[in-house]
Design a protein around this ligand. Structure first.
Ligand SMILES: Nc1ncnc2c1ncn2[C@@H]1O[C@H](COP(=O)(O)OP(=O)(O)OP(=O)(O)O)[C@@H](O)[C@H]1O
Length: 611
């Protein structure tokens, strides 16, 4: 009997049951309600009684019997398969060690070092499926399983990496290793998260540890001369934004003793964990560098990071969407050994961090600021920062809560900071950065044109610094304008450019260094002359650097033009003389009256400017 006829028979059996059911229901309906309710169990018992006969009837069909046999067989096979698979994996896992690395866990696991180790492995010389990347994995070292050795081009090096969803096999210390890089959806938006799975055919955990340590050591060796910069992204993860060579400490020119003060203090702090513990003092240290823009605050922090072999984690308090909760969450994610840099910590105060100001004098000042909408005011951006002062203080305490973390904060507006923020225990050492002193001008000139070795040799001894230069003058005129040199400066100096100097390139500096070295007395004399032309504490180091950049290969011209440049800059800086009230009123009247003609108003302005 075929399947169709079986189905027909079943349908007719069900229908006959339904007919019996309906007729019994109808007979009940004609009676009273009690009879109707009594009919229901009768219907049920009827169905149940029909079931065995229905089943036996179905089983009498050979096709149904065959189906059932197949079903049973399938169930047995599937159960066996599952049991065997589980047993197999249980057996296999018994001999394997599996380690999975989360690609998002940048701060703690840093799978970059694993990728770096992998990219160095010979397997990637022969693999048929690869991902090609120009990511440096924290270091600008050539990767790509040594293919980088052949890549002598400037810029980013090529690296070969395991492709997604492909399993690679390699041998490590005579152990069979498989590597799988995968991407899994993560978070409420299913954003892709990468994972790296390493499986080693061994029961010895030592092998995994050795592999990880080897990978880490290789990475650190490659990164000896590099530091990485991290910022927090909108999802509150730390994200590496750059890795660059350490900035040599000699390239920072500050007045004598300042660099040593900060560096030695930081070194001493890192080395004196036990000292702090013995005395029950929390092991924390914060530095506040404040003062003129472009005076070397950030540069010094980066150099110190290089010197102490620490990465820099930049905390931007004005980041969109940052509030107290996310601030504490990113602080909790910081690694134990690092430098945390809160740049322009005053910006947070301008943009939303608030407190009740108890001191009426201070409150007045604060209100005045807010009213004027000036630098210290809220500038209408209250909605940007949602960090409260207590949130920030907690965050700073959280940064210091981990041993080995050093906090640096910078600001151009020292007065805007809340006293609670600056107190010892949070920001212990406050260092002011002023505009360039004569000493700094001279040193900048020397180091700009002389190679570092000669520059350091010719560097004036600290004791030799003129006393008048060391005097801490009270000049605080910030030079916040662009450090770029005027176009006419450049064109004026271009005129006197010799043909040899006309095409400046990277080699020019060493060329000019050679020239100057031949006249080493000239170098010292030129630097002195340059310093003599630049007024003490009038320009930031960044501005001076900008000026010298325009004379990259022409130190003699740089000295010659310095005076006129200074005069021009000072003229620009001078505030325009306010016009007498009457003249201003007349001019205003004139401009109002004649604004329609459109000619008189500019003339009045010109007259004012001339006055
Ligand atoms: N003391 C200095 N020695 C050497 N270079 C300096 C010094 N000060 C500034 N510069 C140069 O000026 C540029 C800007 O310096 P930097 O960013 O460190 O200044 P800053 O004080 O942090 O400025 P801001 O307060 O605006 O952030 C850098 O390229 C740096 O090389």
């Amino acid at each position: 009997m075929d399947a169709v006829s079986v189905l027909q028979t079943v349908m007719s059996a069900i229908q006959s049951g339904a007919v019996n059911l309906t007729s019994s229901g109808e007979s009940s309906a004609t009676g009273n309600a009690t009879v109707a309710s009594a009919a229901a169990p009768a219907v049920a018992s009827f169905n149940i009684l029909q079931l065995p006969s229905l089943i036996s009837m179905l089983l009498s069909f050979s096709a149904v019997r065959d189906w059932l046999k197949l079903l049973l067989l399938g169930a047995i096979v599937e159960t066996c398969r599952r049991v065997l698979t589980k047993a197999y994996y249980g057996f296999v896992n018994y001999f394997w060690i599996t380690a999975t690395f989360d690609g998002n866990d940048e701060a703690s696991l840093k799978p970059d070092w694993l990728m770096f180790w992998l990219s160095k492995h010979t397997i990637f010389r022969t693999a048929r499926t690869l991902d090609v990347s120009t990511r440096s994995f924290g270091r600008n070292a050539a990767v790509a399983g040594d293919a980088g050795n052949e890549d002598d081009t400037e810029g980013r090096k090529i690296s070969f990496l395991p492709s997604l969803s492909t399993t690679y096999t390699l041998w490590y210390k005579y152990r069979y290793v498989t590597i799988t890089r995968d991407e899994v959806p993560d978070g409420p938006w299913n954003s892709p998260r990468q994972t790296l799975r390493i499986r080693i055919l061994t029961r010895d955990h030592k092998i995994l540890r050795q592999l990880l340590i080897e990978a880490k050591q290789l990475f650190h060796k490659a990164s000896e001369n590099m530091i990485s910069i991290y910022v927090s992204d909108p999802s509150d993860y730390w994200k590496r934004v750059s890795t660059h060579h350490k900035r040599p400490m000699q390239s920072i020119i500050l007045d004598p003793g300042v660099i040593e003060l900060v560096l030695n203090d930081a070194k001493d702090f890192l080395a004196s964990k036990a000292w702090y513990a013995e005395r029950g003092i929390p092991h924390r240290r914060g530095y506040l560098l404040y003062g003129a823009p472009g005076s070397g605050k950030t540069s010094l922090i980066h150099s110190i990071a290089g010197e102490l072999n620490l990465d820099v984690y930049i905390l931007s308090l004005t980041r969109l969407g940052l509030d107290d909760t996310s601030l504490s969450s990113i602080i909790a994610d910081l690694p134990t050994q690092c430098i945390v840099l809160v740049e322009d910590i005053d910006a947070a105060f301008h943009q939303g961090v608030k407190r009740d100001i108890a001191d009426p004098e201070k409150r007045e000042q604060h209100d005045a600021r807010e009213h004027s909408g000036g630098k210290g005011g809220n500038e209408g951006t209250n909605t940007v920062g949602r960090v409260t002062l207590s949130g920030l203080l907690n965050a700073l305490d959280g940064i210091a809560a981990q041993e080995g973390r050093i906090l640096f904060a910078t600001t151009n507006d020292y007065d805007a900071l809340d006293p609670a923020l600056c107190r010892p225990g949070r920001l212990d050492l406050h260092i002011e950065f002023k505009l360039a002193s004569k000493y700094q001008c001279r040193e900048m000139f020397r180091r700009f044109y002389l190679p570092s070795s000669s520059a350091s040799k010719s560097t004036k001894d600290v004791d030799e610094v003129d006393e008048d230069e060391a005097i801490d003058d009270k000049d605080s005129g910030y030079d916040s304008r662009s450090a770029s040199v005027d176009a006419d400066d450049t064109s004026a100096s271009e005129k006197s450019t010799s043909s040899a100097e006309a095409s400046p390139d990277l080699g020019c500096r060493s060329l000019i260094s050679r020239v100057i070295r031949r006249h080493s007395n000239d170098a010292a004399e030129l630097a002195d002359r340059f310093a003599a032309e630049i007024p003490n504490r009038s320009f930031s180091m960044a501005t001076l650097q900008g000026y010298l950049m325009a004379y990259k290969t022409r130190p003699y011209d740089a000295v010659r033009d310095a005076r006129s440049w200074v005069e021009r800059r000072q003229l620009e800086k001078k505030p325009k003389a306010p016009a007498p009230k009457a003249a201003a009123a007349t001019a205003a009247a004139k401009s109002t009256v004649t604004s329609e003609a459109g000619t008189q108003a500019p003339a009045a302005v010109e007259a004012e400017a001339a006055a």
